[in-house]
Design a protein around this ligand. Structure first.
Ligand SMILES: Nc1ncnc2c1ncn2[C@@H]1O[C@H](COP(=O)(O)OP(=O)(O)OP(=O)(O)O)[C@@H](O)[C@H]1O
Ligand SMILES: [Mg+2]
Length: 512
């Protein structure tokens, strides 16, 4: 008898329904598994055999053929153990399920004694199952919290194979696992690092507020010890909170990477700060079985590249494509996978190898060629993609020593959230959520300017020799500055401030 059980796999960040067809016929005992299984799937045979026996059921000593369809997609990992075991037992009529198997997906690895083990990527699998109108999912106990974030599909957690069997045969039905996404989102962490720790530096803090409000990339340039790393590490404390759908989107990436570490949901925007020795593949994603890289792990969050010129130039250059497109395509023989990569880039750089070029209190020891070579590690096209260029000067004694309290992150975040709400309502019928994502066409529609702003923009374009990209970035930045000022119209003062954040490339890069 042929039995069909449904399961799910992950391609990129999306799930794909897999049908597990089991045929048991007379003949010498054998087990063949077809449908592009990888080594871990092939090993199912031994795990399933032991799990069935050790849970007190009879393994059919017959000819067993299993087909995983669609056959042209490579099947990876051990998550098909549970559906294969269910298929074998049903097909051999060892068990007689009463629930509708055509409306249920089974996902899970089995140990030799029949216990279930969690699998990677459960969230995209359950989302896909719901999309394809499955009503229930039987999943390993340790995956239940994550799986139950998806509304509209019932999650039955099982600790061992026999739990799943007793459930489908209505001998011992399992209670569905319920989770409340909104409640989980409200359990956001308290940040240890607060902007009130940073003394003075008002202008730099203001630029971080703008970056957070409109999701603009930012580069800091300044001497050693001026607080660049300190400032960047405090950015997560003022970022706008994740919406429920953003939280799920971010969790999907951590789910397939196996990086959730017991947490059911990513509740805060990710902050990734890879070391400068990182390889191109770890940064962008890839590998034999393609995995998301740092740019995708930073999706909807922050990618912090501290000491940017220390990174391999080739690694920095591969960032250009995801910074523009907000996704990464990875091609393999069997498939092309797309990983989302919409991140806020924060980077820091010293002005020269010794760190003191342009600093009035120290003599710079570097030659012109050394400075030029150092700064040129950040190429023109990469710099052009960064909206905010800000100089971080050494902190003043008076600032460090003053007793008055600095503004807290909570109070800055309040303004950021207000600007974010303005953007969400303005763009509710568009395919974007932040000003930095405006397309050229949308700029015309959503960035009305007064006369003064228009004439300032024209003179900035002429005198600063802006590229077309930089020109559009200045407008998008002024949109955010106007939003922070709660003004629908972009005024001269907003545009003036935006232009000022593009002046450092000329101060440092263009004179050499
Ligand atoms: N504005 C400030 N307020 C309070 N402390 C500060 C400030 N600026 C710097 N510091 C102190 O200086 C230390 C060094 O700062 P940080 O590491 O951020 O400098 P940096 O600019 O990243 O330097 P480098 O270029 O060497 O990496 C901080 O840990 C902090 O103790
Ligand atoms: Mg530093």
């Amino acid at each position: 008898m042929i039995e069909e059980i449904f399961s799910c796999s992950v391609i990129g960040v999306n799930g794909l329904i897999v049908s597990v067809e089991v045929d048991i016929s007379k003949g010498l005992p054998s087990f063949s598994l077809v449908g592009l299984p990888d080594a871990a799937v092939k090993e199912s045979k031994d795990r399933v055999f032991s799990a069935i026996k050790n849970n007190g059921f009879k393994y059919p000593m017959k000819r067993i053929t299993i087909n995983l369809a669609p056959a042209d997609v490579k099947k990876e990992g051990p998550s098909y153990d549970l559906p294969i075991a269910m298929g074998i037992l049903t097909s051999s009529e060892e068990i007689k399920p009463v629930v509708d198997l055509r409306k249920t997906v089974f996902i899970g690895e089995l140990s030799l004694n029949g216990d279930t083990r969690p699998v990677k990527g459960i969230l995209p699998m359950i989302i896909e199952s719901r999309e394809k109108n499955f009503k229930a999912a039987v999943v390993p106990w340790d995956n239940a919290r994550e799986a139950s974030l998806v509304e509209g599909i019932t999650i039955y957690p099982v600790k061992k194979l026999s739990d799943a069997i007793e459930h489908v045969c209505d001998i011992n039905p399992i209670e569905p696992y319920v989770n409340d996404l909104d409640e989980l989102l409200n359990q956001q962490q308290n940040f240890d690092l607060d902007f009130s720790d940073v003394r003075g530096q008002l202008q730099v803090k203001r630029s971080f507020e703008i970056a957070a409000a409109g999701y603009h990339n930012i580069i800091m340039i300044g001497p050693p010890g001026s607080g660049k790393t300190m400032l960047a590490r405090r950015l997560p404390s003022i970022l706008p909170s994740l919406t429920p759908s953003e939280a799920l989107e971010s969790t999907k990436i951590y789910s397939i990477s196996g990086l959730l570490k017991g947490k059911p949901l990513i509740t805060d925007r990710p902050f990734r700060s890879p070391h400068h020795t990182i390889s191109k593949i770890s940064l962008i994603g890839g590998g034999r079985i393609p995995k998301p890289g740092e740019v995708s792990l930073a999706h909807l969050g922050v990618l912090f590249l501290d000491e940017m010129p220390e990174f391999q130039k080739s690694a920095l250059e591969v960032l250009r494509q995801p910074m523009e497109d907000k996704f990464v395509n990875i091609s393999r023989v069997n498939a092309t996978m797309t990983f989302p990569a919409s991140f806020l880039l924060v980077s820091s750089i010293n002005p020269c190898p010794c760190g003191y070029y342009g600093d009035s209190s120290h003599n710079c020891q570097c030659s012109t060629t050394q400075i030029k070579n150092y700064l040129n590690k950040i190429s023109g096209p990469l710099l052009d993609r960064i909206d905010i260029h800000v100089e971080v000067k050494k902190a003043e004694y008076e600032d460090l020593n003053k007793s008055a309290k600095e503004e807290s992150s909570i109070s800055i975040k309040k303004r950021v959230e207000e600007a974010r709400q303005l953007q969400l309502s303005r763009y509710k019928n568009q395919n974007l959520t932040f000003n930095s994502q405006l397309s050229v066409k949308q700029i015309d529609e959503f960035c009305p300017m007064d006369k003064e702003a228009k004439s300032m923009l024209k003179s900035a374009f002429d005198t600063m020799n802006l590229s077309a990209r930089a020109y559009h970035k200045v407008i998008k930045l002024s949109r955010t500055i106007a939003d922070l000022d709660k003004s629908e119209l972009i005024r001269g003062i907003h545009l003036g401030e935006a232009v000022q954040y593009r002046s450092l490339d000329r101060k440092y890069w263009e004179i050499f």
